[in-house]
Design a binder for this molecule. Structure first.
Ligand code: ATP
Ligand code: MG
Length: 286
């Protein structure tokens, strides 16, 4: 079942955190129970929903962040914070950066997050993991724990740069550590309809990844960029904005796809795209 979704792209600033937060809120609006896991030492998902820096600092001091959960120093139940009736968060703090180093010597170091989440996953309809802009041990833990990867791609030149490294990592994890892992879809973000390049890049991505791109497209929208400084999702900050509506559409698309899969006869089920022979693309690679 497509329950644990990881938002990943090692390219920085493509809209991972924005997508993790707003998709989580969009699914919660659909009355789904959501756990949002902040697995990025930058802790942007946490600060985007919990604007009070002193509250965040108190969690870090008390040792009740995602970091302590994955290194086994705290129970997840001590860490989970209610953001709304259906949305829960495991907050990150800067100490998470230490996990990349400390986990190196730990047995089953790539499976730590999976073990932690498997104890609670029956309590939620979706678990959404926000990852840092790297393919290090934290992102690896997220991929091992996940059923499905959502890849935000900015509609800008160089969008495809680095994508093949990400797809290779996803395939390697699928082949070795997590056979359930699928590509949930590529999400076009920061689309600017007035900009010809945005259209060209979107078209190129849709051509190369035919059938793997979400129909919902996230526009470049100033309300989206303003909302984190108010400690709100864009859905709560400016409910009628184009940005809020696009993330609602994404939540509905994803949730309906999962419902359709569940009602389809066995054998005809495809909730997402198999990891395997990825189409070739001509974008710049790193
Ligand atoms: N659709 C959008 N329209 C306008 N601004 C956006 C949009 N999506 C994201 N942004 C802004 O772009 C910046 C980068 O977005 P975000 O933090 O979500 O990217 P990221 O991939 O999580 O970055 P990082 O790799 O550093 O974790 C943020 O300032 C965010 O508010
Ligand atoms: Mg981020």
């Amino acid at each position: 079942m497509e329950k644990v979704l990881v938002v990943a792209n090692q390219k920085g600033g493509v809209g991972k955190t924005t997508t993790a937060v707003n998709l989580a809120v969009g699914l919660a609006e659909l009355k789904r129970e959501i756990l949002l896991v902040d697995l990025d030492p930058q802790a942007n998902a946490t600060s985007g929903l919990v604007p009070d820096a002193s509250v965040r600092a108190s969690w870090a001091e008390a040792g009740v962040t995602t970091y302590e959960a994955i290194i086994g120093q705290a129970e997840l139940s001590q860490i989970v914070r209610a953001i709304s009736r259906s949305l829960f968060l495991t907050p990150a703090g800067p100490n998470l950066v230490g996990a990349e180093i400390e986990l190196v010597s730990v047995a089953d170091r790539e499976r730590r997050l999976k073990e932690v989440l498997s104890a609670v996953d029956h309590q939620y309809d979706y678990i959404i993991i926000d990852t840092p802009p790297s393919l290090g041990l934290l992102t690896l833990n997220a991929l091992v724990a996940a059923d499905s990867v959502i890849i935000p791609m900015q509609c800008e030149y160089y969008a495809l740069e680095g994508l093949s490294a990400l797809l290779k990592t996803v395939k390697r994890v699928h082949d070795t550590l997590n056979p359930h892992l699928k590509i949930g879809g590529i999400l076009l973000t920061m689309f600017d309809s007035r900009n010809r390049l945005s259209h060209e890049v979107a078209q190129e991505i849709r051509q190369h990844f035919a059938g793997q791109v979400f129909n919902s497209v996230i526009p470049r929208n100033v309300r989206i960029s303003e909302s984190p400084s108010h400690g709100l999702s864009v859905l709560d900050y400016e409910s009628k904005s184009a940005g809020a509506q696009s993330y609602r559409a994404l939540a509905t698309e994803l949730d309906q796809r999962r419902s359709a899969v569940h009602s389809a006869p066995a054998g005809q089920r495809q909730s997402s795209y198999e990891v395997g022979n990825q189409p070739k693309h001509q974008g710049k690679e790193s």
